[in-house]
Design a protein around this ligand. Structure first.
Ligand code: NAD
Length: 290
């Protein structure tokens, strides 16, 4: 396939490299970064789109996605697919998909989980919104860049799945961290706490697979001085998207709202920026009740 790849940052560059390694012809463009090895350098977003069977975007947010899409979509050939893998708001995902469909293109929103490690290893999970046809066209590429692609329904539903998942993740991480900090103050050994909770009804991915306490459970960013991993500011971005979506859909999400507030304080007023989102544990350790 001829692929145009726009947004060659932490996630996009390794994804583009994996597609090129698998034998696809990849032409890349980024406003800052040069194309990585194996990926040809394009001149502009529209430039990499003209000949492409598939244009993939991996961009910071919905406003940038909308701007790139309005430049790129008119340049694409009929029948090609516009595949956005960025994490953006549901509204932007649906607006861009409508624009693409009106231009005679296929459109998919396919945000990912798995982080930079998953992008490099080709083990991402894709949550996909859009038509069956477009999903079938993109499937071989999902299989190269990831290990799983779930078709979640029409356009925007990939983003909906991603922000609901990450709202659970943020809430659960906070719950796990505050419980560890309480256990410390009650004199309960962290290993004992882990041994009980990880095999009891309080178990979760944040406890069992990504334990925020250093030296406990499987290796996680806590064992590497809370270097990300998944940075607190990215969790804040996703929690804000969840609250924007909840507002638009008139959904009551008090725990998501509180998690967004806590990560906002952590990132903007405390030392959270640039640290893994599990560094909430040392934050709670330092704090008292009021
Ligand atoms: P990043 O900032 O490293 O990469 C984004 C790239 O887009 C940058 O290189 C930037 O120069 C480029 N860009 C910005 N405007 C552009 C434009 N108009 N035209 C072309 N390129 C442009 O971010 P990232 O970590 O690669 O994340 C990308 C997306 O993936 C985000 O939406 C993020 O939320 C999501 N995501 C990230 C992770 C992660 O762990 N980093 C995990 C899951 C999802």
């Amino acid at each position: 396939m001829k692929i145009g790849f726009i947004g060659l940052g932490n996630m996009g560059a390794p994804m583009a490299i994996n597609l090129a390694k698998a034998g696809h012809e990849v032409l890349g463009f980024d406003v800052v970064s040069d194309a990585p090895d194996g990926v040809a350098q394009g001149e502009s977003g529209a430039g990499v789109a003209t000949e492409a069977d598939m244009v993939i975007t991996m961009l910071p947010n919905g406003d940038i996605l909308r701007a790139v899409a309005s430049e790129v979509i008119p340049a694409m050939k009929p029948g090609a697919v516009f595949l956005d893998c960025s994490t953006v708001d549901v509204e932007s995902a649906r607006a861009v998909a409508t624009e693409a469909q009106e231009a005679g293109l296929g459109a998919l929103d396919a945000p990912v989980s798995g982080g930079i490690g998953g992008a490099q290893a080709g083990t991402l999970t894709f949550m996909v919104g859009g038509s069956e046809d477009a999903f079938a066209t993109a499937k071989p590429l999902f299989e190269i860049m990831g290990q799983k692609a779930v078709h979640c329904g029409p356009s925007g539903n990939g983003q909906a799945a991603k922000i609901c998942n990450n709202m659970i993740l943020g809430v659960t991480m906070i719950g796990t961290c505050e419980a560890f900090a309480l256990a410390d103050k009650l004199g309960l050994d962290r290993q004992a706490m882990f041994d009980v909770v990880s095999t009891s009804s309080g178990y979760s991915w944040t406890m069992n697979a990504y334990c925020p306490a250093p030296g406990i459970g499987p290796t996680s960013p806590a064992d590497n001085d809370y270097q990300p991993g998944f940075a607190a500011e990215l969790m804040l971005k996703d929690l804000r998207l969840s609250q924007q979506a909840a507002e638009a859909a008139n959904a009551d999400t008090p725990m998501g709202a509180r998690a967004a507030e806590l990560y906002e304080t952590f990132v903007e007023q405390e030392d959270g920026e640039g640290r893994d989102f599990s560094a909430m544990l040392p934050r709670f350790e330092r704090r008292k009740r009021s």
